[in-house]
Design a protein around this ligand. Structure first.
Ligand SMILES: Cc1cc2nc3c(=O)[nH]c(=O)nc-3n(C[C@H](O)[C@H](O)[C@H](O)COP(=O)(O)OP(=O)(O)OC[C@H]3O[C@@H](n4cnc5c(N)ncnc54)[C@H](O)[C@@H]3O)c2cc1C
Length: 577
């Protein structure tokens, strides 16, 4: 039976984007009903909690918004939407003040009381503010307390969104079909405005860092509704994920780049340093180059017995390492490794998805009433995200969505009639595995992780991508024929694994198709058969849509609205002043 409820604003996801949106929306209009629905527990799910390094903001004397902007554009290899990137860096300044003065965060200080900024790769200024190396816990815990302190914000924890439901005429959003994970019941949430903030999350690779509750659900729902996704080939790999064993799902621990910066060695399975064979900067080369070199070593079989490589710090002096990287040493110890004096097994790891739903600066999507923020949104980072710009993205644009949605509702009042056929079809689609003979979901998942790693991962070619797409089609067919054994729907994790897998396979096809389309190597996307980056001045970004059950791909030109390749933005363009 389908349960129904109503709210004014429905926010999907309780990471930095979702919680900021809720707080801002309530502030903008305290009379609205605001509901935060989350697949996991509020404040305990998603990746905002996992942020280690910190938050980029140009607040420290000597830095400027323009400089942060240029680092973001150059880091993104000229693919970012410049208006989104400008909004990101400009609003970061007020957002970090809000985090400290209103939300209650307290970031690390210099002896004179000013904010401490640490160095992060790819940036020309030490602007990453932080709370030790557990910045995300500080941010999400304080946000969570603020939301808890406002009973007007309704919480639907452990509720999974399965479909965005449009109006009968398809002209706007009417609500979202959810599953209450605790009971297994379907619930239609009728809403005037909906925010998609489910946090992307490329968890379809053998090694990945994002939290396990993320399976690209928001993007899959948007795709099925016909919305455009951009930059979907851009998956960022972090070079040093801790390898806690091949058969564990715990691949989310990364050890920070500062270790390589401080003089750490990367060693292959025969204890040889290999980075200088690939780049004259050795271990200090950029994330993408180091990840590729590591992948090559692994592909050549020069690995540890577990299939990874090593990072070694001991030659710097164990006491020094213990002092300088206290948090990292403790985290590695939790995984059974001695970072200070021994070897830690590491692998390059899928970390972040730059691609996402096409949106405007005010977070509006093509479908009226549907907004998007955080890692679900595309266009901010282009071909690469700077470390420290991820949590800025979610808090800046989550806040903007919260500011904007109440005004949108005022101009478009009332709940709109949902397309009941779409609700029925989505309920049937999500119930599909309950009607099939049980099969081996774990095998399907393992096959997906391996094929994405091998064919659609760090090094791609037309041949590998074409093979990957074919294997993904076969896997999708196999999943459709596979059911689940336990039909008690309360907390049925196998059912949710099936639904996760369905979304991951669908989104993997999108990643592979976009990667096949881009015949050059930019940022995170590397084609061994097209190694050049192409003409920056004629940059285009990929756009994928699903129409009549088929993916269609186009290339859209990047509009250099603030700065062109070869130029530097010294101050904000006068038109915007
Ligand atoms: C290990 C690690 C370290 C990182 N370190 C940094 C760093 O130092 N600096 C930085 O800037 N960035 C960092 N990032 C990236 C950063 O964490 C993310 O970019 C950012 O937090 C994403 O915020 P979000 O609000 O979009 O999504 P998230 O915080 O991931 O939240 C997503 C929410 O959506 C919910 N959800 C998912 N699917 C559904 C569904 N179907 N229905 C309902 N709810 C759903 C989840 O349960 C969760 O509540 C790191 C990421 C990782 C994994």
């Amino acid at each position: 039976m389908l349960e129904r409820m109503r709210t004014d604003i429905l926010i999907l996801g309780s990471g930095g984007a979702g919680l900021f949106a809720a707080l801002h929306a309530l502030q903008a209009d305290p009379d609205l009903d605001i509901t935060v629905a989350s697949k996991g527990l509020l404040g305990k799910s998603g990746c905002t909690r996992m942020v280690q390094g910190g938050y980029n903001v140009s607040l420290i004397p000597g830095d400027s918004v323009e400089r942060h902007f240029m680092d973001t554009i150059e880091g993104g290899k000229w693919l970012p939407n410049q208006e989104l990137a400008w909004t990101l860096v400009e609003t970061a300044v007020e957002r970090v003040r809000e985090l400290e003065n209103e939300v209650g965060c307290f970031f690390d200080r210099n002896p004179d009381g000013s904010l401490h900024g640490k160095a992060f790769a790819g940036q020309t200024f030490d602007r990453t503010v932080h709370k030790g190396d557990l910045t995300g816990i500080e941010i999400i815990n304080r946000l969570m307390e603020q939301v808890w302190a406002r009973p007007a914000i309704l919480r639907m924890e452990e509720h999974r969104a399965v479909a965005l439901i449009p109006t009968k005429d398809g002209q706007s959003i009417a609500g979202v079909l959810m599953i209450d994970v605790r009971t297994g019941a379907f619930r239609f949430v009728h809403a005037k405005a909906v925010l998609l903030a489910t946090g992307g999350g490329p968890t379809m690779y053998r090694y990945h860092t994002p939290s396990g509750d993320k399976s690209m659900d928001g993007l899959a729902m948007a795709l099925r509704l016909g919305l455009p996704l951009r930059d979907m080939e851009m998956v960022q790999f972090h070079p040093t994920g801790v390898l806690a064993g091949r058969d564990t799902r715990m691949t989310g621990t990364i050890i920070e780049e500062g270790l390589r910066g401080a003089g750490g060695y990367l060693l292959n399975g025969t204890n040889e340093r290999f980075m200088f064979a690939y780049d004259s900067r050795g271990e200090r080369a950029t994330r993408d180059i180091v990840s590729r070199a590591m992948f090559e070593e692994m592909r050549a079989g020069r690995t540890t017995p577990e299939g990874g490589l090593y990072i070694s710090m001991g030659h710097l002096g164990p006491d020094k390492v213990r002092k300088q990287f206290k948090g990292m040493v403790e985290r590695c110890a939790d995984c059974g490794f001695d970072l200070a004096g021994g070897l830690v097994e590491v692998v390059p790891t899928a970390h972040y998805l730059m691609g996402g739903v096409v949106c405007a600066v005010d977070t509006a999507t093509e479908l009226p009433g549907l907004f998007v923020a955080g890692e679900d949104a595309g266009g901010v980072h282009g071909a690469n995200r700077l470390g420290g710009n991820g949590v800025v993205n979610s808090t800046v644009f989550g806040g903007i969505a919260g500011d904007v949605m109440p005004g949108w509702i005022k101009r478009n009042p009332g709940h709109r009639e949902p397309d009941e056929d779409a609700i029925t079809a989505a309920t049937a689609a999500a119930s599909h595995p309950l009607t099939r003979k049980p099969g081996d979901i774990n095998w399907l998942r393992d096959t997906l992780l391996d094929l994405m790693w091998e064919d659609v991962g760090i090094i791609r070619t037309a041949e590998s991508l074409t093979r990957g797409l074919k294997r993904l089609d076969e896997l999708a067919t196999e999943l459709r024929a596979t059911g689940i054994a336990d039909t008690d729907l309360a907390f049925n994790l196998t059912w949710h694994d099936w639904l996760n897998l369905e979304n991951l396979i669908e989104m993997s096809k999108v990643v592979a198709a976009a990667a096949l389309r881009r015949e050059n190597s930019r940022g995170a996307h590397y084609r061994a058969d097209f190694t050049g980056e192409g003409d920056l001045a004629a940059s285009t970004f990929t756009v994928v849509r699903k129409q009549d059950a088929r993916l269609t791909l186009t290339d859209e030109p990047v509009h250099f609205t603030l700065v062109k390749p070869g130029e530097t933005l010294l101050r904000k363009a006068s038109a915007a002043e």
